[in-house]
Each structure stands twice: as structure tokens, then as C-alpha cells.
Design a protein around this ligand. Structure first.
Ligand SMILES: Cc1ncc(COP(=O)(O)O)c(C=O)c1O
Length: 368
């Protein structure tokens, strides 16, 4: 074993372990384990990537200004304050590296995205958990967890894996309760799916405050998870800091070309949302008919609870589904082992899942 040891903060870090494999046989796989966009990528984004070919021997643009302009136009925000990363995962890490001194605390929520504590530890910081209230983020619990060492608060809104959200008024109350030297990171990875009037992705908060950053991703609505593209929107000085320490060429040329086309393809975005708005309630309804409770979700995935009965547990269901090449995410790592998380796929995929779960439970298949 090498005598060179990594930082002690990393020794106790739990690494993020995705669950993207596990299909039991060759052939078609229904992959609902990673909250990717059900309809894939805009055909215009695919065409844009093909058109990049002659330039692939060149390094990509460092500042991706055409992409920033496109994203800025689409969201009505200042392109100069947008920073792109190799997925929002990279930006979470870069934020921690930039703003946490060793021993500084970063608060994340009980069922929050596991990359937050991991990135905190990599930076030498200390992750602090704020308990949820009924699987929903509790602003009071976050405020209670603040100490004089707190430097960052991570809030995924809506949250992964619960799928629940808190209204904008609550986010405002959270920020108002934080000291000015605490950075509030609003991770709005799933914001485009939310149809609630009292929700805001965080743009308004960034516009009005110096200690708020919003994170967004092309992995969900835009169906570009494999291309790795995310962005942060924040105050000018924070954007400049992130830009200065992230990998210079971390965002590749294909992602930039596809990102510009995808963000401008409004018809495709509407089709994705329409599909989700149809198949999410349909699936939740069918699961309910089978006696399976889903948490109320505003996203493109849901958390489904299984009984403790031997042979009918969440883990048994996950293995049963895997035998049929249907992949869903186990939730032990998130502390909810009696559930599985599954993305909302296409109508055909959801019909297959419902039928498979009926078979698993030994119940009649619901009529579609
Ligand atoms: C809340 C949340 N933030 C960030 C990410 C990471 O997104 P990206 O693919 O842009 O790294 C995910 C992915 O599942 C997520 O659920």
C-alpha cells in the first residue's frame, strides 16, 4: 500500500454510487434508475452535435459564450453570470472547493442529494444534516443546524430522491434566516417539471441577493445526461471565482453544440413536460390501485413505498424488476430502504412497470 494518504476528510466520505447496471439478460432494458429524460434528447440537439464534427480536434471554448447567451435568453438572465460545468455535479464540487476552508460546515437535508456531503468532504469541510419533516425539507431544521462554522447550505428544490418541494416563500424565509457570509446553493435540477404556482427555481433569489447561487442541469428535461452539462447562475464575483477554478475544458464541444440547440427547441421541451404530466399521475394512480403508496412528487420520478412483508419488500421488488430488465434505484443509501425510486419513462415503459409490479405482488394487472 502506498505511503501517500489522501486528506483525512476523505477517509470518512461516502462515495456516490450510481446504479445504472444490473440488467439480468440481453435485450431491451427499461432504465428508470437515474431520473434521466424519458424522451431522450431533442432531434435538433442531435443534429447540432453532428455538425460539430470538423472541429473536434480543437479544444472547446473556455467560456462557452454562445451557450451562455442561449441559456440567458431562454431564462431572461445575464449570460455573464452563468458558469457551465461537466454536469452540475462538477459545479457542486467547485463551489465546495472555492468556499469551504478545512473544518467549515455545509448543511444539507436529510434526504438530500448525496453528492453534497461527498463534495463537502472532498473540500475538507464537515457535512451537517438537517432533518426533514415528513420527507419534505424543513427550513426550521436547517436554521437550527446553523453554527458559527456554517459556510454553505445546499437545498435541492425539488428534492431528489423524495420528489417534494418547498414554496418560494419558505426559501425566502430560509435565506432571510442565514447570515450574509453563508452561501445558499439552490439546486433546481428538476425545476422545469414543477407546475406549482408557489414555486420558483431560484432566479429571483439570485437577482436579489449576494449570497445565493442556483444550479441547473441539462441531464433531466433536456435528456442530455450522457453529455454532462450543468450550469450555475450567481452573483458576478461568485461566477468569476467558479470560472477561475473549474476545469478550463471541462465542458466539451459536443455538449456546447447540443446545449445551444436543446435550449432553443421549445417544442421538444413542451413535449417532454406534456409526457411527464400525463404518465406521472397515470403511474401513481396505477401504483395506488396495486396498494403501493408514492410520495407526492413534482418531478419526473417518484419514491414508491413497499410493505415490510417477507418477499414483498422494496429490495425484493427491485430484484424482481431487474429480472425483467427494468432498473429502478434502491434507496438504502438515502436512509429510506423501504422504498425504490423510479423515473417516469415513456407510456410503454410505465405500462410494463405497472404490469411487472402487479405480477410481483401477485395481483391482477390493472386495466390500462
Ligand atoms: C438534485 C440533483 N442535483 C444535481 C444532479 C446532478 O446533475 P448532473 O447530471 O448535471 O451532474 C442530480 C442528478 O441526479 C440531482 O438529482
Amino acid at each position: 500500500m502506498s505511503t501517500i494518504k489522501p486528506k483525512s476528510s476523505i477517509a470518512t466520505m461516502v462515495s456516490y454510487t450510481p446504479n445504472h447496471g444490473g440488467a439480468k439478460k440481453p435485450g431491451k432494458v427499461i432504465r428508470l434508475s437515474a431520473n434521466e429524460g424519458a424522451l431522450g434528447m431533442s432531434p435538433k440537439a442531435l443534429a447540432a452535435m453532428h455538425s460539430v464534427d470538423p472541429d473536434l480536434h480543437r479544444y472547446p471554448a473556455v467560456a462557452a459564450s454562445r451557450l451562455a447567451e442561449a441559456v440567458g435568453r431562454r431564462n431572461g438572465i445575464d449570460p455573464a453570470r452563468i458558469v457551465f460545468g461537466c454536469g452540475s455535479d462538477e459545479l457542486i464540487q467547485v463551489l465546495c472547493l472555492a468556499y469551504l476552508e478545512p473544518g467549515d460546515e455545509a448543511i444539507y437535508t436529510q434526504y438530500g442529494f448525496l453528492v453534497y456531503p461527498m463534495a463537502t468532504r472532498i473540500a475538507g469541510g464537515v457535512p451537517v444534516v438537517a432533518p426533514d419533516d415528513e420527507y419534505t425539507v424543513s427550513v426550521d431544521a436547517i436554521l437550527k443546524a446553523v453554527t458559527e462554522r456554517t459556510r454553505m447550505v445546499f437545498l435541492a428544490n425539488p428534492n431528489n430522491p423524495t420528489g417534494t418541494y418547498i414554496p418560494q416563500e419558505e426559501v425566502k424565509r430560509l435565506r432571510a434566516g442565514l447570515r450574509d457570509d453563508i452561501l445558499l446553493v439552490l439546486d433546481a435540477a428538476y425545476c422545469e417539471y414543477v407546475t406549482k404556482n408557489d414555486y420558483d427555481s431560484g432566479i429571483e433569489m439570485v437577482e436579489n441577493h449576494d449570497n445565493v447561487v442556483m444550479l441547473r442541469t441539462f441531464s433531466k428535461l433536456y435528456g442530455m445526461a450522457g453529455l454532462r452539462l450543468g450550469w450555475a447562475y450567481g452573483p458576478k464575483d461568485i461566477a468569476a471565482t467558479l470560472e477561475s477554478i473549474k476545469q478550463p475544458f471541462g465542458v466539451n464541444s459536443l455538449a456546447i453544440a447540443a446545449g445551444i440547440a436543446a435550449v432553443e427547441d421549445l417544442a421538444f421541451q413542451e413535449a417532454v413536460i406534456e409526457s411527464n404530466n400525463k404518465w406521472l399521475p397515470w403511474s401513481a394512480g396505477k401504483f395506488a390501485e396495486l396498494g403501493l403508496e408514492a410520495l407526492p412528487t413534482v418531478t419526473n420520478f417518484l419514491l414508491l413505498r413497499f410493505p415490510e412483508t417477507d418477499g414483498k419488500t422494496a429490495e425484493a421488488a427491485r430484484l424482481f424488476l431487474a429480472e425483467r430488465n427494468i432498473l429502478v434505484r434502491e434507496m438504502g443509501g438515502y436512509g429510506v430502504p423501504d422504498t425504490v425510486r423510479l423515473s417516469i419513462g415513456t407510456g410503454e415503459e410505465m405500462r410494463e412497470v405497472v404490469d411487472a409490479l402487479a405480477d410481483f405482488l401477485g395481483k391482477e394487472r390493472p386495466v390500462s
